[in-house]
Design a protein around this ligand. Structure first.
Ligand code: MF3
Ligand code: CO
Length: 256
C-alpha cells in the first residue's frame, strides 16, 4: 500500500529530515581518529532528544541504538560500539532516524576520517552522485525502475558493485513504507511514481564484489570480500515541479 502525502504532511517529513540533517552535521564534528562509534551514537541521541524528537531506529525490530554506524567494509546497520574506534583513512556511513509529530526522518551520509585513499574517495563521490542521478528520475509519471536503473548504470560505469539485498523505501508515518526502491533495475519497470509520494533513495555501493554477508549479531551487513562500501540516503517527495529533496546535505557539507 502506497500512501500519498498532502503538502502539510510533506512539511512534517521535511522537518524530520532537516533534523536528521542537522544531527548528521553535529555527529560529523566529532568524526576524528580515536573516537568510538558508541560516542557518536550518544552525540546523535542527545541531539535528537534535545530537539523534541525520538530516535526512530532505537527498538525498531529490536535494534539496540539510535544510529547505524558502518565503518569501511560494513555496508549498513553497523551497531555503535565502544570497541569500534575510528582511525585515519576510514570511511564511516552514519544513518540516522527521527520520529516527531507523527512522521519519520531517515537519512545517511558517508564521512571520511582524515585523509582517505584516492580510490575510496572516488567510491564516496560516485555513490553520492548515483543518489543524485536516481533522484533526478523521481518524477510523477516515471516508474521506480527509472530511479533504480539510473543509480545502477552510473555506479557500474566505474566497475563498482551494487548491493542487491537492501533497498530504499517509502517514508511517512512509518520508516518503511511501500514502494521498495532497489538500486538496480530496468527503466520503465516497477511501481508508477505519483505526486505526493515520499521515498528514501539509498545507494549502497562497493569497491569490489557486490556480495554481502550478515554478521552473527544479526544486524551488521558487510561486504563478503571486506572491501569498502559507501552509503548515502535521503528522502525525496515527488511533486508537481519535480523531485523535492527533504534532507539537506548542505548543512553537513558546510561543516566538513
Ligand atoms: N536507514 C535504514 C533504512 O533505511 C535503517 C534502519 S535500520 C534500524 O532502512 F533497524 F536500525 F532501524
Ligand atoms: Co532508509
Amino acid at each position: 500500500m502506497i500512501y500519498l502525502k498532502t503538502d502539510e504532511e510533506i512539511e512534517l517529513l521535511r522537518e524530520n529530515n532537516l533534523l536528521v540533517s542537522r544531527t548528521l552535521a553535529e555527529v560529523g564534528k566529532y568524526i576524528k581518529p580515536g573516537v568510538s562509534t558508541a560516542e557518536l551514537d550518544r552525540v546523535a541521541e542527545e541531539f535528537i532528544r534535545s530537539h523534541g524528537a525520538v530516535p526512530a531506529f532505537l527498538g525498531y525490530q529490536g535494534y539496540p541504538a539510535a544510529t547505524c554506524i558502518s565503518v569501511n567494509e560494513v555496508v549498513v546497520h553497523g551497531i555503535p560500539s565502544e570497541k569500534c574506534i575510528l582511525k585515519e583513512g576510514d570511511i564511516v556511513s552514519v544513518d540516522i532516524g527521527t520520529f516527531m509529530k507523527g512522521f519519520v526522518g531517515d537519512s545517511a551520509y558517508t564521512f571520511a576520517v582524515g585523509e582517505v585513499a584516492d580510490e575510496v574517495r572516488q567510491l564516496m563521490t560516485v555513490t553520492k552522485e548515483a543518489l543524485y542521478r536516481g533522484t533526478a528520475r523521481a518524477k510523477a509519471g516515471n516508474r521506480v525502475g527509472d530511479i533504480s536503473a539510473a543509480v545502477q548504470e552510473y555506479a557500474e560505469k566505474f566497475g563498482y558493485g551494487v548491493v542487491r539485498e537492501l533497498e530504499g523505501h517509502g517514508l511517512g508515518r512509518k520508516m518503511h513504507e511501500d514502494p521498495g526502491v532497489p538500486n538496480y533495475g530496468a527503466r520503465g519497470r516497477g511501481p508508477l511514481l505519483k505526486e505526493g509520494m515520499v521515498i528514501c533513495i539509498e545507494p549502497m555501493i562497493t569497491l569490489g564484489n557486490k556480495a554481502v554477508v550478515c554478521e552473527r549479531d544479526g544486524w551488521t551487513i558487510r561486504t563478503r570480500d571486506r572491501k569498502a562500501a559507501a552509503h548515502y540516503e535521503f528522502a525525496v517527495a515527488i511533486r508537481k515541479g519535480g523531485p523535492d529533496i527533504l534532507t539537506d546535505y548542505t548543512i553537513i557539507e558546510n561543516n566538513l
